[in-house]
Design a protein around this ligand. Sequence first.
Ligand SMILES: [Zn+2]
Length: 509
Amino acid sequence: MRQMLLLSLALLLFATAQAQRPQTGVCGTDSRIEGYDFMAARLTANLRTVATGAVSARNISYVPIKFHIGSRNDGSGRLNENNILDQLCELNEDFASYEIQFFLADGTYNLISNTTFYENHSATQNSIMSFQKDPRALNVYIVENADTDGGGEGGVTLAYYSPQRDWIVITKDYIGKDDATLSHEIGHYFSLDHTFSGWETAPYNTQNVNAPVNSPLGNATERANGTNCETAGDRVCDTPADYNNGLGWNGCNFTLNVLDPQGNPIDPQEQNYMSYFLSCPDSDYLFTNQQTSLVLADLNSFSRNTLRLDPVPAYAAINDSPTLVSPIGNEITPNFNAVNLEWTGVANANAYLLEVSRVSSFTIDPIRIVVYGTTKVINGLEAGKRYYWRVRPFNAHSTCIASTTVNSFTTGGVVASQELAFVESFQVSPNPVVGQSNVQINLTSAEAFVGQIQMLDITGRPTGVAREYSFGAGNQLVDLPIGQLSSGVYVLQILTQQGRLAQKVVIAQ
Ligand SMILES: [Zn+2]
C-alpha cells in the first residue's frame, strides 16, 4: 500500500508535469464493484457476531493461500517467484499480532502461462480463472495489470477483491516484501470496507467547510464524534472518520482542518491497513480491535468453512540457509546438457526455489524451478558458458529465509549421451566412494557392445584409470579399480561406437 502511494505520487508529479488529468493508484473494491452487496451482507453478519461477543481467538488461525502467477504463453512477463515467498513472509508478519497465519495451499504456487489471462484477465473470469481457482484456499491472481478500465474514474486499479468471485486480483508489481497492498485486499476478503467507504471516487479535503451528509457513493458520512459510526462509512466504530484523506497525502500525519457534517474536525487513522495513508513506517500499520474481531468472525463463519477442509501442514520455521555443494567455484561440468546441481538440505525445508542464469543478478532468462529434494539435473544449458545459481529453502509456512549466496560453474563441451537407446540402466556405486579401491558399474543393456571405460577428472582429462569391456545383453556388474585416485570429483565415462555414457563420481579417500 505504501508502494501505491509512492506510485500515485510519482504519477501525480508526472501528470502535473504533463498537464494531464492525474492518474492515481487505487484499490478497486468499493460499492460499485460486482457483488459488493455480498461483502456488505457478510460485514453485517460479522458485526452481529462480534456484537454478541461470540468471537474470541484462542489459537492461531491458519489460512491456505493459493498464488496464481500469470505470464504470457511463452512464460515471459512472469514475476520473480522470490517475490511470492517474500510476500507470504510479509503477510505472516503483518497478521502475526492478529493470530492469523497464511500457508501455501498444496505447499507451492500455481503458474498460469496464458497471454489472455496475463494481459486481460477479465476475459478469463469464467474460464481459466474459474477452472484454476482452488475452492479450499484464498485465491490471489497475479497479472500484468489489475486495472480493468484503463484508469478511469477513481484512478488506476492496482488490486481488488471481487466479492462476486471471492478472489483477489493484483498487479504483479505489488507482490513482495514491504508492500501491504495484499494485506489491505485480504482485509476486504474478510469483509472489511475502506475506512473511507463512500469517498473512493472523490476524497474530501476541503478545509473549514462542513462535509456533506452523504458521501459521493451514497452512504452516510461518518461523524467525528462517532454517533453514526454503526451505519456510516465503514460501519466500524473504532476506526475514526476518514474521507479518503490519505489519497495523495504525503506523510503519516494528516493535518488539514477537514470538518464533518456537524462542523467538528476529523482525525483519520493514518496507520490503518484499510485507509489510503501509505507513507507511515511499515511496522505501524494495523487493524483495529473491532476490525480484527470482524476478520476473525468472517474467518470462522460458515461461508469460510472451505478454508478449514485441508489439514494444516505441520512444518516448523526454517532458520538455516543451505550450502551449495556442486558445481561451485566456476568449476567445469562434465557435460552441458545434463548438469547435476547439488546442495545441502536444511531442517524443516521441504522445497527449494532453484535459480540458474547466465547473469549473477538472475535477471536474464533465469531458470526457476521448485525442487523437492537437494539435487536437480538441469537440461538445456549451452556448452562452454558460465552459469550462476543459488537456492532458497521454504515450506508451506516458512518463506522468510533468503537465497544462498550466488555460486557459478562453466559448462563443459561434452554431450552426456546417456540416451544410448539400448542401455536401459547405468549406475556407479558406491558414490561417493569412501575408502575403497574400486567402484562397480551396474549396467543393463538390450544388446551387446564394447565400451572403453575411463575415469576422467572434472575438466575431462583422463586419469589413467581405464579398461575395455565387452558388455553383454542383460544386466551385469563390472569392477573398475580406482586405487591411485585422490579425493575429488571425477567423471566415469563409457565410450562406445554409438555414443557415450557418463556419470559423476565423488571420491573421498
Ligand atoms: Zn481497498
